[in-house]
Design a protein around this ligand. Structure first.
Ligand code: ATP
Length: 233
């Protein structure tokens, strides 16, 4: 569904991506791994049209999307849970969830508030609470719920479990597992090696803005020493 080929991108004069290539097939869970500053978030920004490309191409459902403005890209079916969550703090939980209504993809089995509340019962309990007053874990759940409400073809989680308590992390991973079982395509940016090798189908490692390794979860385990050197797990 998504093909990223030899992607190059820069922040002004400072080039951050020098050749990122990976692909995601329908229904797959794929990871982008690598140490801090290796270009994972920048790759997402470049795919979503938030950074101009210096080279390479991005195809979504067989259609070139490089160069499209961010609003157009988002509407093709990317549900992004950005690093730092970026929920609307002065809107209620419910208002955050319906805020994306105008951008929803038409799908046979659309997400509804009830389905989100069933997935995250805490959001139901706090539906009328200002999002800014939620705990960090609850805000992360809200960010996931909000992305799902767009009925995304591809859900992208950028460091979704970073800095959260173990019990909340487990809850988020459990939700990812459920979404995978339902056939949701997911791109995971994370460093929780023990979970990723179980949950994901394929993995790509970035080093200084380049894809330097790719393989299945079995390859990841077999090649543990090299992977460890790149990812620092
Ligand atoms: P992290 O896990 O720390 O988020 P990452 O792999 O997602 O790491 P990026 O955030 O994509 O890494 O950063 C890649 C490179 O681009 C780094 O050298 C970083 O300093 C640089 N960079 C990121 N954002 C900006 C920006 N807004 N302006 C200039 N340079 C940036």
């Amino acid at each position: 569904m998504l093909t990223v080929h030899a992607l190059e991108a820069a922040y002004g004069a400072s080039q951050a991506l020098f050749g990122v290539s990976f692909d995601i097939r329908d229904g797959e869970v794929v990871t982008l791994m690598g140490r801090n500053g290796m270009g994972k978030t920048t790759t997402v920004r470049a795919i979503m049209g938030q950074l101009p490309l210096r080279g390479g191409r991005v195809e979504f459902d067989g259609r070139p999307i490089s160069g499209l403005p961010p609003e157009k890209v988002a509407r093709l079916g990317f549900g992004l849970v950005p690093e730092g969550r970026q929920i609307f703090p002065t809107l209620t939980v419910r208002e955050n969830l319906v805020a994306t209504a105008a951008h929803r993809l038409k799908t046979p089995n659309p997400w509804t508030l009830n389905r989100i509340y069933e997935l995250f019962p805490r959001l139901n309990e706090r539906a009328r609470q200002m999002a800014g007053t939620l705990s960090g874990g609850e805000q992360q759940m809200l960010a996931v719920g909000r992305a799902l409400m767009t009925n995304p073809r591809l859900l992208i989680l950028d460091e979704a479990t970073e800095g959260l308590a173990p019990v909340i992390r487990a809850e988020i991973w459990h939700v990812v597992e459920r979404l995978k079982a339902e056939g949701q395509s997911i791109l995971l940016i994370d460093k929780t090696f023990s979970v990723l090798k179980r949950l994901a189908d394929r993995h790509f490692i970035l080093e200084k803005g380049r894809t330097v390794w790719s393989g299945s979860s079995a390859d990841l385990v077999n090649d543990h020493d090299r992977v460890q050197a790149w990812v620092g797990v």
